[in-house]
Design a protein around this ligand. Sequence first.
Ligand code: PMP
Ligand code: GLU
Length: 397
Amino acid sequence: MKVSKRCSSILGSLTLEITARVKAMKTQGHDVIGFGAGEPDFGTPQWIVDAAKEALDKGLTRYTPASGTPELKQAICDRYKKKYGLEYDSAQVVVSNGAKHSLFNVFQAILNPGDEVIIPAPYWLSYPELVKMADGVPVIVDTAEEYDFKMTADALREAITPRTKAVIINNPSNPTGSVYSRDELKNVLDVAIGRDLCVVGDDIYEELVYDCKEMVCIPTLGEKYMENTIVVSGASKTYAMTGWRIGYALSPVNIAKAMGNFQSHSTSNPNSIAQYATIAALNGPEKGVEDMRSAFDVRRRTMHERINAIEGLSCRLPSGAFYMMMNISGVLGKKWEGRQIGGSMDFASFLLDAQKVAVVPGISFGADNYVRMSYATSLENIEKGLDRIEAFCASLT
Ligand code: PMP
Ligand code: GLU
């Protein structure tokens, strides 16, 4: 049997694969330190778990409307009003099986074959694949580490063609951890809005912003932004609910309707229990998020300090999410056990073999001089893992 052309052109998710590989190695008793995981290492807060149990006991186990329950949609709208002062109507909300699924629906709803989508690099590795799945064309725009990996207005302007349909802004960013200020965001997005492009704002890490920086939700920049932006977020990172699979998109009504129709023939509603639990998450105390944020903050500083103390490696202090891009250009070309480190794939693979430390090769994010390090792991693991990375670098010839 032959695989379709569309499916053969899609790569599997390396981040998910590495996370699964590390979990399997641990189960087999290997002393592996994983910096690959793109998920909080904390448990889901108890009040959310309790809400799920209650929903089960109440028998809320049937189909819900395909695009989500009215109660959850209302809770999402209430949250945007409270947090950002934005007025959304339930008809603008579609709840899906994780933010990844929301993004999938977004591109299915807005792209025609050949439409281009601008993606700043380093990018989350699913973006190009999600665009391709909708017969779109990913257009990668490189950013500079010196400018905190943020896209400039000029770079965006240069990348726009008559086929450009949309631009993705992931703020805070996976994998770089950078956070746009209000001015930076306005400056770059004025270009997109001026050309009537659709802006896809992936805000999945919106609650993980450090140093008291402001999280700017794109529609707060003004009416025109609200009309042209689709905001995607979800429960995975904010409430440590990665396995529950709840994400959502807020968009103009016609797009929401199209996404809802699409979803009604593909997955139907996202898991009913997870939806009820997410209402509790959205309406519940902020404490769980605050505790997680302060733990990540300490880890972020420790990892940053340790990396910059190792010869040949460096990184910037990121302002959000729980990732940093470790610059490995200082060790490229060196040899481990006679084998040359040609790029980030070699670095990651030799490091895993030599020291049982897992990182994600930057090439999968469009940045081969880097590897991505997640600090969603204990301080003890960070110290231990960095000791091993230090030993690995010292062993290179
Ligand atoms: N966007 C970004 C930038 C991500 O890193 C992820 C990974 N979790 C997602 C979206 C999707 O999140 P989920 O599907 O788990 O809600
Ligand atoms: N988004 C996370 C990551 O980048 C989780 C895995 C995935 O969905 O890609 O590692």
